[in-house]
Each structure stands twice: as C-alpha cells, then as structure tokens.
Design a protein around this ligand. Structure first.
Ligand SMILES: Nc1ncnc2c1ncn2[C@@H]1O[C@H](COP(=O)(O)OP(=O)(O)O)[C@@H](O)[C@H]1O
Ligand SMILES: [Mg+2]
Length: 255
C-alpha cells in the first residue's frame, strides 16, 4: 500500500507542555484514518503541525516522499493538504458560493484580497457549483455564510477543502455540536468522499461515528499513540478502554 503521509517521532512542545510527544503515524493512500482520544490528547495539534500552522519542535513529516515539516500553511495547501477546523472559519459575510470560489482562487492567485474579484471566471464558478452540488449545498449557495446553520458550515468547510483538489483531506471533528440529522448528513458526505477514493484523516471524538466511517483508528493520549488498528481491534483494546472509553462523555463540545 502506498503511503500518503508519514509522521516520524513528531514533537510539539509548548513550554513544558508536550502536546505531541514522539508520534509516529502513517496514512495510506485512499484510506480513512480516524484519530481518536480524550480532550487535550493532541489531536488538533497534530493537524496544525501537518498543515503548517505550527512548526514542530522536532520530528519529520513526509507527504508522499517529500519532507514537509515546518512549511507554511499556504505551501501545504498548494501541495494538496486540506483541512477543516474544529471551529468553522468561513468568510462569514459572503455567500456560500463565493466562499467556494475564493477557495478555488487560492490555487490560481496569490494575495487573498484580490482573489474574489479575479475569480469569477466562468470555469471557476462552474467548478464551484459542481463542488457545491457534491456537498449538498446547492439550495443555500446564495446565502451568506453567517446565515446558515452549523451543519451547513461544516459541509462548506469540506467544500472549501475539496476546492484545492486535495491529496489529503483532514477533518477536525466535523460532527461536533451537530444534531443527529446534521451528523448523518456529514457522515454521508465523508462516506461519499471515501467512495471517490479520497485519502482522509478524521478526528472524531464520538467513537461510534469513527468506527463506522474509518478503516483504521489511531488512539492518542497525552501526545502519544497508545493504540492503532481496525475499529474492532481498538474497541477490544484494554488500554483504549481505560484511557478513552472510561472518560466522562459530556465534555466533548470543546474548543
Ligand atoms: N498554541 C498552543 N499553546 C499552548 N498550548 C497549546 C496550544 N495548542 C494546544 N495546546 C495544548 O496542547 C494540548 C493538546 O491540545 P489539542 O491538540 O487541542 O487537543 P485535542 O484536539 O486532542 O483536544 C492541550 O493541553 C492544549 O491546551
Ligand atoms: Mg481538538
């Protein structure tokens, strides 16, 4: 199996706090890897290291064969690493369509201010409409981002991620805070991306969701990987049960 991403002995320390503490991880081409673990385990920090928001304290990150640790977020986006945020960050005062147009424009133009003005070429708008259709946002395309509910914003984030035609899609708790109905819509969308052969890393605190969607799971605790395997293997792992399943279940709507 080909590797899409390899993380080697990764460390991300904030002063004395070891948010990531010697992590090894591989994401294979076309797989959906779930990252689970309690709050504060280092899941979002791992994403931030991979997509260039944080410069790791130590360790290496390879995208295919290229060493990429320490690169800037825009470079990682250009290389095909797309991520969504635990807290949605759309451009709130422009339409859903323009949000996707702007994300498409990042591939073509530098300088964010001019992207929107320059991006309304027919082929870019057509491409944006196709992504909007795929992500089930067609009805809402003319609404401003701030006017739609969280479930649609989460799908907009996925739409914006798809706009860079990514090699790797990283989703940070796309279902957090959603109603069961909206959760199912997001799950359906992730399953659809999976069936299209996308390579996905999904942070998902909710175990039944990650078990349903993911081919493999990696369990983080205190910045380290404490287990890795198929959902079945993980469910039966005593260390995981102790670290993860035993915790209170009411604290996962976090920042
Ligand atoms: N920029 C930062 N500065 C200081 N501490 C941070 C920073 N980002 C994350 N942390 C800390 O790193 C730890 C892991 O956080 P995070 O990766 O957000 O966990 P998770 O996503 O698994 O809940 C936490 O203790 C958090 O407070
Ligand atoms: Mg997090």
């Amino acid at each position: 199996m080909q590797e899409m991403l390899r993380v080697e002995k990764l460390k991300m320390h904030f002063g004395g706090l070891k948010a990531i503490d010697g992590l090894d991880l591989v994401v294979h081409d076309k797989e959906t890897l779930g990252i689970i673990g309690p709050n504060g385990a280092g899941k979002t920090t791992l994403f931030n290291c991979i997509c260039g928001v944080y410069k790791p304290t130590d360790g290496k990150i390879f995208l295919k064969d290229e060493e990429v640790q320490g690169k800037e977020p825009f470079e990682m986006a250009r290389k095909g690493v797309a991520r969504t945020f635990q807290i949605s960050k759309p451009l709130r005062d422009i339409s859903i369509l323009d949000n996707v147009v702007a994300a498409l424009g990042i591939n073509e133009y530098t300088g964010f201010g001019s992207i929107l003005k320059k991006s309304h070429k027919k082929e870019i708008v057509d491409k944006a409409l196709e992504i909007i259709e795929r992500t089930g946002l067609k009805e809402f395309k003319d609404k401003k981002a701030r006017e739609v509910s969280l479930g649609y914003l989460r799908r907009l984030e996925i739409a914006r991620a798809l706009a860079i035609n990514p090699l790797l899609i990283m989703l940070d708790e796309p279902c957090a805070g959603l109603s069961n109905f909206a959760i199912n819509e997001v799950i359906d969308l992730v399953m659809q991306l999976k069936s299209e052969g996308k390579t996905i890393v999904l942070i998902e605190h909710n175990l039944p969701i990650s078990m349903k969607v993911c081919d493999r799971l990696a369990v983080l605790n205190f910045g380290q990987k404490i287990a890795e395997g198929t959902p079945k293997e993980i469910q039966a792992n005593p260390q995981v049960i102790e670290a993860y399943l035993g915790e209170e279940d009411d604290d996962h709507v976090n920042a």
